[in-house]
Design a protein around this ligand. Structure first.
Ligand code: LRH
Ligand code: MN
Length: 396
């Protein structure tokens, strides 16, 4: 078996994680926002902050973008956004249409009973696909707030059919390597039914859309007792796993920092992916992405912490002795099998990660390097002026 350090190095060489532009902006909960003077507000600033995190970690070369928040003029903004890549050293990543903020989407977008609203939603997704192509990205990442709040108020079967129709139409627009990622969520903002509420519904819709559609697993979009890695194992076996939105939670879609509450959860997910690769000889085509909102932590520090933790957990999962595990599973040697995961998880991979960073000219401690860089003081100075006049309440 390959030496531990070599396995960690090999794993880190393949592991890249995409950061969300919205994770650098002032976000909050329905009870308000705690404004940070250094928070990014423009797409330029979001690329700058993501570039800083990539410069320090070497592991996040792409930035997920949200169409309404990052492309103020839609397709007309695409070339100027694409140009930011050279300036800041990170490329545009997955493109997220926004079908939840506009007033017209009160009763849904693809699932709205009014065909003209469904039509406009379809148009926005087609525009988003054109933007994806213009900035050289691949993934169009679809999340829908669609659903209802009270029993009997919507025809769930009809909405399902409208989603199938619109997703097929969107899929027909794709070219080359482009993909549709279908994200599910059990509730919020809808609190009675959500049209794409779980992995099975997302799988059905992805299949109904066409061969370039896959399922996106947001770790925060599960009931507390759900076995997320089982869902991952199924989607791998069906070759329908397209990507992840990583974050952590204690209760619901809390969007906390990856691994801050249950690092073993992320480890178990990474284990299923690497065990699949060992067993099949195939590395699944997965987009690893972060989807967090940092309401209290410094946003850039929280992102560096997130990348650090993701690298550590991915490296630990690479240490599971797969041949021994396969044997223990076949022989139903429970403790032997379980211990193979626990031993890997308990391994301190930080020295090997430090070697990996040193060998690639990266700071051994990205967070300390960030604090010494003066970047935060500089952008705080540049951006603090605009805090005055920004409202921090979002409830009323
Ligand atoms: C919905 C979601 C979705 C995004 C949004 C910012 O909860 O996870 O992925 O578009 O957060
Ligand atoms: Mn998400």
């Amino acid at each position: 078996m390959t030496k531990v350090t070599d396995r960690i190095i090999a794993a880190l060489d393949t592991f890249r994680i995409e950061l969300p532009s919205w994770g650098f902006a002032n976000t909050g909960t329905r009870f308000g926002k705690f404004l940070q003077p250094a928070a990014a507000a423009t797409v330029d600033e979001k690329f700058s902050d993501a570039g800083e995190v990539h410069r320090l970690t070497g592991a996040c070369p792409t930035l997920a973008l949200h169409v309404l928040w990052d492309f103020p003029d839609g397709l007309a903004s695409a070339s100027s956004v694409a140009a930011l890549a050279d300036r800041y050293g990170v490329r545009p990543g997955s493109i997220n249409p926004n079908l939840f903020e506009e007033q017209q989407y009160k009763f849904g977008s693809f699932g709205h009973p009014d065909a003209s609203v469904r039509g406009r939603a379809g148009e926005h997704v087609r525009d988003s696909i054109a933007i994806t192509r213009r900035v050289g990205s691949r993934d169009v990442s679809l999340w829908f707030a669609d659903g209802s709040n009270y029993p009997g108020t919507q025809n769930i079967r009809r909405r399902k059919q409208w989603f199938e129709e619109q997703l097929r139409a969107a899929h027909a627009q794709l070219e080359g390597e482009e993909r549709l990622l279908v994200e599910y969520k059990p509730f919020e903002p809808a609190f009675y039914h959500t049209d794409i509420a779980d992995w099975g519904m997302a799988l059905h819709f992805a299949r109904a859309a066409g061969p370039r559609a896959r399922v996106l697993v947001d770790t925060g979009h599960h009931y507390a007792s759900q076995n997320i890695e089982q869902i991952v194992a199924w989607l791998l076996d069906e070759d329908m796993l397209g990507g992840f939105h990583f974050n952590d939670r204690r209760y619901a879609d809390d969007d906390l920092t990856l691994g801050s509450i249950d690092p073993y959860q992320v480890f178990r997910i990474f284990h299923e992916i690497q065990f699949f690769a060992w067993e099949t000889g195939r590395r699944a085509d997965i987009a690893y992405m972060v989807d967090q909102s940092h309401n209290l932590k410094g946003k850039i520090e929280a992102m560096i912490q997130t990348v650090n933790t993701a690298q550590q957990l991915f490296a630990k999962a690479a240490l599971v002795d797969h041949p021994a595990l396969a044997q223990a599973q076949t022989r139903c040697e429970l403790i032997a099998a379980e211990s193979l995961l626990q031993d890997a998880f308990a391994t301190d991979v930080r020295p090997a990660i430090a070697d990996w960073r040193r060998s690639r000219g990266l700071p051994v401690d990205p967070l300390a390097a960030f604090r010494e860089s003066g970047y935060l003081a500089r952008v705080t100075d540049e951006r603090k002026h605009r805090l005055s006049g920004i409202s921090s309440s979002s409830y009323a």
